[in-house]
Design a protein around this ligand. Structure first.
Ligand code: 8NA
Ligand code: MG
Ligand code: MG
Ligand code: MG
Length: 311
């Protein structure tokens, strides 16, 4: 049966956290096998997350709070407030595996530098890292339609990432997640439902080429290594967001398979698996995630809370 809205909201957040936690121990490793990942899924003890989940929780809380009755009519993202909230989360737990550029930005923001200035301190043209995309999925629940989701995604990402490719990555991941939420989970997933709206929202030749490749590979039998070679698997937004989308499209209705594919592709495994997990969880719902692994997620209580608020 088709999952309910709240089941999908839970699937989105828990799928993201599961991908992050499982992917974290394989970051940068080559030759990761299915058996290695299965072992990680079935281990005991808490599954701890990295910056991807930590900042997703901040954005989810921000969106949930600004949805309250007292904020009716205001924008879903207050950039000045969000910049401070993200920087405070870094300051509280700087050991969660943050990128080098964003670490400097967050430190400057906590010291009082305006975020627009702080985010160009290391990279004058802004960061093209995937940090805006990795945390963006909750905006798919907050926006009413594709246009609104794209705008929220841009605003949520621009407080740390000024480079156009980082913003394109956030819009791509948010819009794809919104589309996944809206599809009937009992019917086959068609790539053609994703590519035209993504092309519309992301106006960039580089990204249009990536979407064409994703469409081609989604209907092929490429293995994760070949997918990484074709699309990239690094910390840049264009080098990771398309691979996450492909991981989902190759395994519709099977969130664990999507996450495993993303991890086996290597490189920035926590982030690609987090983004693939968000897409797959939004489509299939919480009940489709593996109960044992999900029960070990460190952030479980907050993930449930924000899923209910945002659903
Ligand atoms: P970021 O803004 O620091 O960007 C990440 C990295 O991308 C930077 O440290 C640079 O190496 C590179 N980069 C970005 N923009 C430019 C530019 N304009 N010129 C040259 N190099 C650039 O942080 P972020 O939040 O975007 O990064 C997210 C990633 O960092 C995620 O993968 C997250 O898990 C974390 N992370 C990644 C790794 C890894 O190497 N795979 C390790 C630890 C943490
Ligand atoms: Mg991480
Ligand atoms: Mg409020
Ligand atoms: Mg990462």
């Amino acid at each position: 049966t088709d999952p309910t809205r709240v089941d999908r909201a839970r699937g989105l957040l828990f799928g993201l956290a599961l991908g992050d936690c499982l992917g974290a121990s394989f970051e940068g490793k080559d030759g990761v096998t299915e058996a290695d990942i299965v072992r990680a899924e079935h281990a005991t003890g808490p599954l701890s997350h990295t910056d991807d989940t930590a900042l997703t929780l901040v954005l989810a809380r921000h969106l949930a709070h600004r949805r309250g009755a007292s904020n009716r009519g205001r924008d879903g993202v207050d950039t000045d407030v969000l910049a401070r909230e993200l920087a405070e989360a870094w300051e509280a737990e700087p050991w969660r595996g943050y990128g080098g550029g964003v670490t400097t930005s967050f430190r400057l923001i906590t010291e009082g530098t305006p975020w627009r200035e702080a985010i160009r301190a290391v990279f004058p043209d802004g960061s093209y890292g995937n940090g805006g995309a990795m945390r963006v999925a909750p905006v798919a629940l907050a926006g009413g339609d594709v246009r609104e989701v794209a705008e929220l995604a841009r605003r949520s990402a621009e407080v740390t990432h000024a480079h156009a490719d980082a913003l394109h990555g956030a819009v791509c991941q948010a819009v794809a997640t919104h589309l996944a939420l809206g599809l009937d989970a009992t019917e086959p997933v068609r790539v053609a439902r994703f590519v035209p709206p993504l092309r519309e929202c992301v106006r960039s030749a580089l990204w249009h080429d990536k979407f064409a490749l994703v469409a081609e590979l989604a209907d092929s039998d490429v293995d994760p290594g070949q997918a990484a070679a074709a699309l990239g698997n690094d910390v840049s937004a264009p080098g990771s967001v398309p691979l996450a989308l492909l991981s989902f499209l190759r395994h519709p209705g099977r969130p664990v398979a999507a996450i495993r594919f993303a991890i086996r592709a290597g490189g920035d495994t926590d982030t690609v698996a987090a983004m693939a997990g968000a897409l797959a969880g939004a489509h299939s719902g919480y009940a489709a995630l593996p109960a044992h692994a999900v029960s070990r997620l460190e952030a479980s209580r907050h993930l449930h809370l924000y899923a209910e608020h945002l659903a």
